[in-house]
Design a protein around this ligand. Structure first.
Ligand code: F0G
Length: 427
């Protein structure tokens, strides 16, 4: 095998065909590739030559980069296929954020409606290679939706643990529809996460949270594809929402490897954005990463309602590699940014809008300059959380003033009533 598992904490090695997702010492595992050998075999031209393919594996925006992700036999790949998501630009949004060169990479336009599909295609492929019968995850919703669809595709049993009453309806609907056994845990995400780790250890079920190093490998493709779409030109900043810190881990690893391989010559700065009420990583950052912080999380952006993120050490490493930073935004800023992204015709779920709110805040502080090139990652689709959107427009979100509310109007079935409604809108 030309890759293996290595512990970040104690450097122990394991062969890749191991069901484990953490080291015996409890440390996080990395998939390590033979970068010296890859230097000879991969190039921009190789990846560019695969663009526009109709057939798997290269029709997937993950497996297009298979050498850098998981060099497995094509026949083993479980793919929908994922990726190939657009980079949007909107003058109106650029103006509002205060950054002229702002692009939005819409990972919500993946098959299950979130970036999780990038990691899940790799995690489920690995599960099949390992001969696993069942897979499991704890989730604020998107991971479970994604795992459920890929597990169904592969014929694996899927077990999901979700915090009771704290996940958006679109996501719950997907887990149920794709046939995952869904356990609503009476507790928050962090409690569900702890439980699923115990369950997987005891019952020999393959864990597919981003703790799993193969998930991280797949999510690196967000960076690879973004750069390829930009003709391999590196932006100054990549801004994204951060919860369990899987993306923070993946983005840093992707960029570090691309630089080691000579495929890019400089690194963008990573800016991870947390909700104020779910900000353990921000608190650690402010303290110079002297201490790992934990909080009891609360935010309207339920996807990132996480108080004890599992990929903490990997994420710190990513920020060190990229001279990155962490910022935080309020729920009000998140929902206002969402209204702007939605109103521009693009749309996203609340957690994704945190990236845009964070970019705006960093621009206002002068950390990101108006002329910097910035890619913000939208992580989930607008329809994932219809409740938050409708509640915003109806002014039903506690403590949030909906400055851009567009509520539906009730009218009598007459032309006169329509005329009056149109005049009301025009005023
Ligand atoms: N955005 C969305 C839409 C998410 O669903 C998540 C995480 C994040 C951002 C944060 O990404 O965990 O890599 O830092 N959702 C997980 C889930 C936790 O269970 O679906 P992260």
């Amino acid at each position: 095998m030309d890759y293996r598992l290595q512990c970040m904490a104690c450097s122990a090695h394991y062969p890749p065909n191991d069901l484990r997702t953490v080291c015996d010492c409890g440390g996080l595992l990395d998939v390590t590739h033979d970068l010296a050998a890859l230097r000879e075999s991969v190039s921009h031209e190789l990846f560019d030559s695969r663009r526009g393919e109709w057939a798997l594996p290269y029709s997937s925006g993950v497996w297009r980069y298979r050498e850098l992700i998981l060099p497995v036999d094509e026949a083993a790949i479980v793919s929908r296929p994922e990726g190939n998501t657009p980079l949007y630009r909107s003058q109106r949004l650029s103006g509002w954020v205060g950054i002229d060169d702002l692009a939005l990479k819409h990972e919500g336009e993946n098959p299950s409606g979130s970036f999780k599909d990038r990691g899940m295609t790799v995690g489920v492929t690995q599960a099949v290679l390992l001969g696993a019968r069942a897979v499991a995850c704890a989730s604020t919703g998107n991971t479970s939706a994604s795992m459920a669809t890929y597990a169904a595709l592969a014929g694996l049993q899927a077990l999901v643990f979700i915090p009771e009453g704290m996940i958006a309806y679109g996501k719950l609907a997907q887990a149920l529809a794709y046939g995952a056994q869904t356990l609503q845990v009476q507790g928050d995400f962090d409690a569900a996460m702890q439980l699923v780790r115990q369950v997987c250890d005891e019952l020999g079920i393959y864990l597919l949270n981003s703790l799993n190093p193969f998930r991280v490998e797949g999510q690196k493709a967000i960076i690879f594809e973004t750069l390829q779409q930009r003709s391999w030109e590196v932006p100054d900043w990549i801004v994204f929402p951060a919860g369990n810190l899987g993306n923070t881990a993946a983005f840093g690893k992707a960029l570090h490897e691309l630089q080691e391989l000579g495929l890019i010559s400089r690194l963008p700065r990573l800016a991870a954005v947390q909700a104020h009420g779910a900000n353990p990583f921000y608190r650690s950052f402010v303290g110079g990463f002297q201490q790992r912080e934990r909080v009891t999380a609360r935010t309207v952006a339920t996807a990132i309602r996480i108080g004890n993120p599992v990929s903490y050490e990997r994420a710190v490493r990513s920020l060190r590699w990229t001279n990155g930073l962490v910022t935080e935004v309020s729920d009000g800023e998140i929902m206002e940014a969402k209204a702007q992204v939605d109103g521009a015709g693009i749309g996203c779920e609340p957690a994704s809008a945190a990236a845009v709110a964070g970019a705006r805040r960093l621009a206002a502080k002068g950390v990101i300059r108006r002329g910097d090139s910035v890619v913000a990652i939208l992580t989930g689709h607008l329809l994932k959380d219809p409740g938050a959107t409708v509640d915003y427009h109806l002014g039903r979100l506690e403590g949030i003033e909906p400055a851009h509310a567009n509520p539906p109007q009730v009218i009598e079935p007459t032309l006169k009533a329509v005329r009056e409604a149109l005049q009301g809108r025009a005023r």
